[in-house]
Design a protein around this ligand. Structure first.
Ligand code: HEM
Length: 455
């Protein structure tokens, strides 16, 4: 029987602000040290005395399983971060709960079956080709992997959502999402939040970014509604499918709900995939042996033609490279919830109402579950080795009833794009060490340059 310990241990942090800055500016170092010093459940505080917020960070796979899987009903999406996200990008599939959520999932799930997602491959292939062509024209061959992948992933998810309307959306989203992200992150971490309608500079910037994003989505949706079938003529992009989606009793998404879903897909399907791809490229650029192996695979499968959905199965090594990149640098580096009732995790009492944070960033480097966790070794993901591990030793896409709906889409996009880039280019790392920060997703806070040479 496990003994239940009364007080959860943790760092006292800075006397004035607790651990707030450490967690946003040095998340990996701060969380890794906390696990090493205090164990698998750690109590952090953030904010000034008197207004200090307390939260519990869980590092063990068993704890992650409890929060996302076996006790999911007790851990709700009511963390400070999810509350802010909901206010900023609406009540879509990532943020909604209860009946709203069930209804949305029923309508949207059929658009993310494997067969449907495989149908988006032409957009992925087109954007990968455009990227490769652009790279061939870079005079000194030096690019920033994070910037490039952010742009590629945004263009790809926008093309899948909006089809021919992609160009109208990309510029606005590229400009406004980072501003909105910064704003809601500041608020999500802050113990004192000014009402959103106060005319502070931060509130104004946040409102402006939100207005631009809502504006472009509403405009595209309204223009579609004027076309013959109300969904964009013959278009079969995701927006058209969302517009036409009907439940068994004829239920459908209304225009506001449509906009909320579109925003959620732009948000959830953009920086996450970009981060995974950027780190995969960067790691390969710094590891010649693994890069050559991946290039041999890309050459054998993709030479002289565009990728197809069937190629995913034929690129197992590149798939392992991506999984390993997501292990070391999971885009959703932390996942937040609020405990409804008291619970016990790893022998510690988590009080009712507590903010609970899971940290795949650290679980993915947990020395009890990973040999030489800091080493880049894609073969950890050979099927026989994957089987030996706890289901939640690696969970970049979350788990349980709220696991990522875009998982197959993201893997298809990332593996095929990486295959095309490996086939067409050789890479060399310039900035070997990069600084990590905490944005809405894991963020790169320093240059991430690589040098390309066309093959
Ligand atoms: C490497 C890429 C991706 C990563 C690492 C990732 C990660 C995650 C994680 C961890 C969750 C669970 C969040 C939680 O439990 O609080 C999630 C949910 C979700 N993701 Fe992804 N995601 C990725 C790509 C995508 C893409 C491409 C899309 C859509 C086009 C997408 C759409 C969503 C949605 C809608 C949810 C909410 C699902 C639900 O609650 O039913 N994601 N994602």
């Amino acid at each position: 029987m496990t003994t239940v310990k009364a007080r959860v241990p943790g760092p006292s942090g800075h006397p004035l602000i607790g651990s707030m800055l450490d967690l946003t500016r040095r998340p990996l170092r701060t969380y890794l040290a906390a696990r090493r010093d205090y164990g698998d459940v750690v109590r952090f505080t953030a904010g000034p005395p008197g207004l200090r917020a307390e939260f519990f960070v869980v590092f063990s796979p068993e704890g992650a399983h409890q929060v996302l899987g076996s006790e999911a009903a007790n851990f709700r999406k009511e963390s400070a971060f999810y509350d802010e996200l909901r206010t900023s990008v609406g009540n879509g599939l990532l943020t909604s709960q209860d009946d709203d959520y069930q209804r949305q999932r029923r309508l949207i799930q059929p658009l993310f079956t494997r067969r449907r997602v495989d149908g988006y491959v032409d957009a992925i292939a087109l954007e990968a080709r455009m990227l490769a062509e652009r790279w061939k024209a870079v005079p000194d061959g030096v690019v920033d992997a994070a910037d490039e992948m952010s742009r590629f992933a945004l263009r790809t998810v926008s093309r899948i959502l909006f089809g021919a309307d992609v160009e109208a959306a990309v510029d606005v989203v590229h400009r406004s999402f980072p501003a909105l992200g910064e704003y809601l992150l500041d608020r999500g971490f802050s113990p004192v939040r000014t009402p959103r309608n106060w005319p502070t500079p931060a509130n104004r910037r946040g409102a402006e970014a939100q207005r631009d994003l809502y504006g472009i989505c509403d405009r595209i949706i309204a223009e579609r509604a004027l076309r013959p079938d109300g969904a964009g003529g013959k278009s079969d992009d995701l927006l058209a499918l969302l517009t036409l989606a009907r439940g068994e009793d004829g239920e459908r998404l209304d225009p506001d709900e449509l906009r909320d879903q579109v925003l959620i897909f732009l948000l959830a399907g953009h920086e996450t995939t970009a981060t995974s791809l950027a780190f995969a490229l960067h790691l390969l650029a710094g590891h010649p042996e693994q890069r050559h192996r991946a290039q041999e695979e890309a050459d054998a499968v993709l030479t002289g033609r565009e990728p197809t959905a069937a190629d995913l199965e034929a690129l197992p090594y590149i798939t392992r490279v991506l999984k390993e990149a997501m292990r070391l640098y999971p885009a959703a580096s932390v996942i937040g919830r609020r405990a409804v009732a008291e619970s016990v995790i790893g022998g510690h009492v988590i009080p009712a109402g507590a903010q609970v944070i899971l940290a795949p960033l650290v679980t993915h480097r947990h020395p009890d579950h990973w040999e030489q966790p800091e080493r880049f070794d894609p073969d950890r993901f050979l099927p026989e080795r994957e089987k030996e591990r706890h289901r939640y030793a690696w969970y970049p896409f979350g788990g349980g009833p709220r696991a990522c709906i875009g998982q197959h889409f993201s893997m298809l996009e990332s593996v095929l794009a990486l295959g095309v880039l490996l086939r067409d280019f050789d890479f060399e790392v310039i900035d070997r060490r990069v600084a990590l920060g905490q944005g809405i997703t894991l963020r790169v806070d320093s240059p991430m340059r690589i040098r390309l040479a066309p093959r």
